[in-house]
Write a protein that binds this ligand. Sequence first.
Ligand code: 5GP
Ligand code: ZN
Length: 112
Amino acid sequence: MEECIFCKIINKEIPSYILYEDEYSIAFLDINPINKGHTLFVPKKHFERISNIDDEYIKNFYVSFTKFLKLFEERMSKDYNIIVNNGKKAGQAVFHAHIHIIPQYNENGYKN
Ligand code: 5GP
Ligand code: ZN
């Protein structure tokens, strides 16, 4: 996928702040965060939307996701929203499947 911005991030052709990476997925900070630590969790294989991820890939992707979430809870925040915008009318702007993880902090801004 030559023109896909997330494939370029995966291939390190454009820079990003990477929090986690394994064979199946990568997590990096969103360039336009809703909240401090807003992270995108992305399959390394190009699928246009989350519902397109094939049966074989989804197993490893989900194992990888829960590994990442445990680290995220330890290091970033225990409380967060998980959001997927699936399709243009739902707000999807980048057509490489991704999951938004948006940390929520207490009123002082400290980690939960
Ligand atoms: P969507 O609206 O498709 O669910 O979310 C796409 C997200 O990707 C947006 O929150 C946007 O800020 C983020 N994004 C778009 N281009 C880049 C980029 O080049 N680098 C990073 N780190 N995030 C990006
Ligand atoms: Zn892609």
